[in-house]
Design a protein around this ligand. Sequence first.
Ligand code: NAP
Ligand code: MG
Length: 477
Amino acid sequence: MEKLFIDGKWVVAVSGDSIPVYSPITGDSFATISRGKEEDVDLAVKAARTAVKGEWSKLAATDRGRLLMKIGQSVLDHLDELAEIEAKDTGKPMSLARKDIQALARYFEFYGSAADKVHGQVIPYMTGYAVDIIREPYGVVGHIIPWNYPAQMLGRTIAPALAMGNASVVKPAEDACMTSLRFAELATEAGLPSGVLNIVTGYGYEAGSALSSHPDVNMITFTGSPQVGTLIQAAAAQNHVKCVLELGGKCPQLVFNDADLDKAVPAIVGAIVQNSGQTCSAGSRVLIQEDIYDEVITRVAEQFKTLRVGSPESASDCGPIITHAQFKRVQEFIDDCLASGLTPLAEGKYANNLPENGYYIKPTLFGPVPRDHRLAKEEVFGPVLAAIPFKDEDDAVALANGTDYGLVASVWTENGARQQRIARKIEGGQVFINCYGAGGGVELPFGGVRKSGHGREKGFLALEEFSLTKTIVHHYE
Ligand code: NAP
Ligand code: MG
């Protein structure tokens, strides 16, 4: 059984309970993990609190950064091993698993090299006064991570937190936590002091809830569903601590009649198929100007028909859905679309030698989807693309902004002024012009508005999110 990682050591959960881990590839149980609960979270938070006051707080920013870069290098040195763990745990194609591990390393390189470049400010104030603004860590940060990009999300959330001198307690999703456990071991071997990084596996309603409501946690980051995001925010409110929430999206890809379709079509398909659509920033709606609707949809459909869903070992474009529960949720959504009268325009195929009991769903294209249909507004979190025609710029913007979410969008047009107009009118955290970056870009600030959450991760802005200012006023005359 996999253990919890607390205070630099492997420990069994206080209760001794465990959770079976099922493979999305075959449906079989292939491992067990410890079922951490409130008492284990409490031990992890205590260890993090001790660490944040100890040796860790005395390290110079340069040394902290150097250590993070060493961890990044260790991840790259173990790329094959970690990618295999990630692919086995999540079912994603090896090519994507490798990219995810490289992104994990990249987060540690980026934030490691940034750790000593967060400079303060000097404020001109009254004569005889020197005013400095310095940045300090929050202290103990709780991180609740989902299963769709476990390795990437781990890097995204803990690398900036550690770069700023915080200590972390991580609750990975019980459906995909193997990489984070191996990572903790590698980080410790690289020299991360005990207690700076703690991993408590377990169920969300037990370990996750205990972490988000723990009175000695100073900040919480969460990526997952809006429903659980509400619980996290309520728990943070009780303790008056900050939370950063990233809660998914229904991201639009806008295609105007002057778009370069040779570039747009493969990117549009890739943006929904990547990770089997289990991506918060998946481009799950393609909004097409009405005079080119037929042409675009025909070309997108052709590509959909060539897609293969299969296991990491097969030559597939996408893997299975993470769990049986998610598989059922996505399948029911598709069934509901069919029952409502929508007909699929195109579907992908199963790869050869598909394991019988895995959770495979064929990529599916629907269109034209009525604007008030649930497929036009709700997140499926599966490989399902909704095509919707629009009239003109105003209509496109209204449609793009017409869901509860606001996270990422793309705009496909050769008209430079239009590119700028639309990018500024889109409500969300990232807009891509003539490209799409689902999940990518360690350097690029990322986050949402409305039901997609709030706060910013990635890029330098994350260093501000994971630290607080202190204003020091010195009267010297
Ligand atoms: P979820 O329940 O929101 O899970 C995300 C994380 O929160 C997991 O680590 C989960 O732990 C934990 N959690 C669950 N209940 C909790 C609670 N009461 N307190 C604290 N933490 C808690 O998401 P899901 O059920 O796996 O997936 C459902 C839907 O969420 C998906 O269909 C998708 O729409 C959305 N989702 C979005 C993202 C994203 O990237 N924005 C990622 C994943 C899912 P356990 O899993 O161990 O219970
Ligand atoms: Mg798994």
